[in-house]
Design a protein around this ligand. Structure first.
Ligand code: GDP
Ligand code: IMO
Ligand code: MG
Length: 435
């Protein structure tokens, strides 16, 4: 992505999350000087595998494993400060020095214990209608942000003022919990005592994400803006209400770090060679029974944050076309191609019908998406190991054909194909263009 004059690239999940953003970010970080997160929080679980060592990152950008890369948590991220410090300590214990090259926006909102309490309580009250959140307090933290009752990182600079905000927020949260007939309560004094003990460490990381990025981009820097979740989990463009509580799509990247959109040169959409989703909500190409178990097992499809089994399905072209449109994708990275190596028959969703008629626009209502019938193209599998492929020509003809059909359906060029979780298992500049 950086091979031309581009300086600032957004990496965005183009399905329902877990597409392999962590792996691709790590691969591209070798050419970058700075990687920033722009939204979401510790609901994310981004896996990076380097020399057989696995790192699962929830808040810290996936560029962290490359030692020269600066890391930034933008103002659009919601930050659980205890999770952040744990992650820093864990990385440092494993020999990855991060604190000295990490900046956390002073404008970012904190996820505090009452957010987790409210997230869990709301989910249990929803019963069968639950969203299946990660229970990391994400929805309640963004709710406080837009309600203008949030506590930002900068509040840790004035703890007596911060205590007033935390007391008011706890009173509101406890009122809600009581009205729901629940006994759990948030204790503002305990929260403040715990915050006071970590405040110096957080203050030492605090800075201005926008100014840091501008300095990088006005110098010789190359920046990756790493999305979390996926486009179909975007609060506006996803399968509402079965979504997360932030804009995950590329349009949010500039606002989420504090730069202008004119500085962004490209948007790389990450797609699995099939589809998965965790939590509730429509998944038109979902597989059931034995086939689902097989794909889940081959792809190790268990959540990196919650350990929940992911729901697998065939590749859904209608989803990726919707993502291409709402993100302005300029390139695709297709991941986990190797997971399909042993399938005799592979189905590729190319569109939907609804009530027997082809559907052009992506449905707005989740209830409508529940009723669509995918239109599939079916092909024989390639029956060969792709894990060793490093160039387009190394891939079996059947796999190349499958990728070309994905590219044609999406209308976006494929630039990378990932054929295993390790850093070197990547095919770059995948499909040779004609003369
Ligand atoms: P993210 O949230 O988008 O960063 O993705 P996750 O890390 O949650 O899930 C992707 C999983 O697939 C991780 O366990 C990765 O190590 C793994 N992975 C990434 N790329 C590939 C690939 O090309 N092949 C295989 N087999 N696994 C991959
Ligand atoms: P990464 O960055 C997959 C899903 C949850 C739930 C919904 C709302 O690893 O791709 P939330 O806790 O955000 O309020 O949950 O969104 N979800 C994810 N699914 N990957 C993620 O992150 C996710 N983050 C949230 O399962 O359905
Ligand atoms: Mg993940």
């Amino acid at each position: 992505m950086f091979q031309d004059s581009s300086r600032c690239i957004v990496i965005v999940g183009a399905q329902w999350g877990d597409e392999g953003k962590g792996k691709i970010t790590d691969v591209l970080a070798e050419q970058a000087t700075l990687v920033a997160r722009y939204q979401g929080g510790a609901n994310a679980g981004h896996t990076v595998l380097v020399d057989g060592e696995e790192f699962i990152l929830h808040l810290i950008p996936s560029g962290a494993i490359v030692p020269s890369v600066k890391c930034v948590l933008g103002n659009g991220v919601v930050i659980d400060p205890w999770t952040l410090l744990e992650e820093i300590d864990e990385l440092e214990a494993r020999g990855i020095e991060i604190a000295e090259r990490l900046i956390v926006s002073r404008r970012a909102h904190l996820v505090l214990p009452y957010h987790r309490l409210l997230d869990g309580a709301r989910e249990s009250l929803r019963g069968d209608a639950k969203i299946g959140t990660t229970k990391r307090g994400i929805g309640p933290a963004y709710r406080d942000k837009v309600s203008r009752t949030g506590v930002r990182v900068c509040e840790l600079e004035d703890l007596s003022n911060c205590a007033g905000l935390v007391r008011a927020a706890c009173a509101a949260a406890n009122g809600l919990l009581a009205s729901w007939g629940l006994e759990d309560r948030a204790d503002p004094e305990q929260i403040m005592a715990e915050l006071e003990s970590i405040a110096p460490r957080i203050r030492a990381l605090a800075g201005d994400s926008g100014a840091t990025l501008l300095e990088e981009l006005h110098g010789d820097g190359r920046v990756l803006l790493e999305g979390a979740q996926g486009s179909l989990l975007d609060v506006d463009h996803g399968t509402y209400p079965f979504v997360t509580s932030s804009n995950t799509t590329a349009g949010a990247a500039a606002a989420g770090v504090g730069i202008g959109p004119t500085l962004i040169d490209g948007v790389l959409g990450i797609v699995k060679a099939y589809t998965t989703r965790v939590g509730s909500g429509p998944l038109p190409t979902e597989l059931e029974g034995h086939e689902a178990d097989r794909l889940r097992k081959l792809g190790a499809e268990f959540g990196a944050t919650t350990g929940r089994p992911r729901r697998p399905g065939w590749y859904d072209g209608a989803v990726v076309r919707h993502s291409a449109a709402v993100n302005g994708l300029t390139a695709l990275a297709v991941t986990k191609l190797d997971v399909l190596d042993t399938f005799d028959e592979i189905r590729l969703g190319v569109g939907y019908t609804l009530d027997g008629a082809p559907l052009e626009a992506f449905p707005v209502r989740a209830s409508e998406l529940e009723r669509v019938v995918p239109v599939y193209e079916t092909a024989g599998g390639w029956g060969a190991d792709t894990g060793q492929a490093r160039a387009w020509g190394d891939l079996p003809a059947g796999a190349r054909d499958y990728l070309e059909r994905i590219e044609a359906n999406a209308g976006v060029p494929i630039r990378y194909v990932s054929v295993g979780s390790a850093r070197d298992q990547i095919v770059r500049a995948a499909i040779p263009r004609g003369a």
